[in-house]
Design a protein around this ligand. Sequence first.
Ligand SMILES: [Cu+2]
Length: 423
Amino acid sequence: MFKLFSVLMFIFLSPAFAEAKMVHYTMNASIRGYVGVGGKIDGVVNPILTAQRGDMVMITLMGVENMPHDIKFEGHNVKSPLLRKKGDSVDIHFTAEMDDIYICSLPGHASAGMKGKFMISSTQEDPEEDSPEVDDVVKKANDIPPAINYNTPREVVFDISAVEVESKLDDGSTYEYWTYNGTVPGPMLRVREGDTVVVNLKNLDHDMVHSIDFHAAQMNHGGAHVLQVPPMETRTLKFVAKKAGLFVYHCATPHVPTHLAKGMYGMILVEPAAGLSVVDQEFYVMQGEYYTKELRGFQGHHQHDEKKLLDEKPTYIVMNGRPQGLTGSNAMKARAGDSVRIFFGAGGPNLISSFHVIGEIFDKVYPYGSFLSVPFFDIQTVLVPAGGATIVEFIIDEPGHYVLVDHSLSRVEKGASAIIEAH
Ligand SMILES: [Cu+2]
């Protein structure tokens, strides 16, 4: 509680609060050097840490060996408490003021390797380009593999990493996400009906098992029995994508709803042998929920809440990772007259989505993501079950802001919306 209080005081007292952001790094302390954990510094020894002047920098230091360590930022004159043994962790925070050097202050440890640089990054740079420390979990909706361009089945290999990411949740708050490849949802995979899918799942988490259950795989546990990957190991799954359709994949490691409520889901599109029609824009969007101990709007770090999860009372309901994830510079872009196809899924873990685009009628819907079923035409709102998907197509009639919503509209207040900007 004291820590939380001091962090809050720190935020409110910081003169640069209006522009300042929170920058959080986690590192393992080893006598050979500090090793970055998560985000762009993951696995890097003595990574160069960066922040903008005035940012609040938080460092979490984790013990991975039974030897005392600490971390000291010499110029800022701040030092962490002593990390005594394996499994311990300590935090420090300070306001970024100058370029600096960080070291372990115990005699001999810096010269043994525990020494790195801290640098002030320019405020001129685009924050999305220059902030490796603040990974955004938002999966860009246009980050979609190209259409299948081959006519006979192939073997297709995907390398996926299970990785923890601490990053922005709402304005002024953060959350620890569990992800595939650092984003929510994880990558969209695209194959052809009949393809052999090879998935190498690498678990970059240091203390938790993760896995994948592919709804596209007709086998024991959707392959999750093969893909239960221990910390820092890799496992490989091979399956034949026998049926075309849009399918959810998700972590299936107990407690499964928790892994989904932390962000571990994505979709695989199995294109029918005949392929799909060509459209001007394709987008990949998944709805999901977070259940946190704190109230919506709380400034600071949100923690997962098991009880709210079991009671199905989410704090946030989002499209692609976080509230307002697909707005502003991440908004989907189109032109009036464009044909648009949206691959939409419900990662859950719990909620059904009444998927609707304000200002449009879906010209064509592939119900439940099925290509073999008779499509629906001219639909206003489509139900997407938890762990299910749909594909909708429409033409944008005129310029404007077209808002994707879950038409259970209270949920929009909790974050369940996204924007297509049509010019
Ligand atoms: Cu998991």
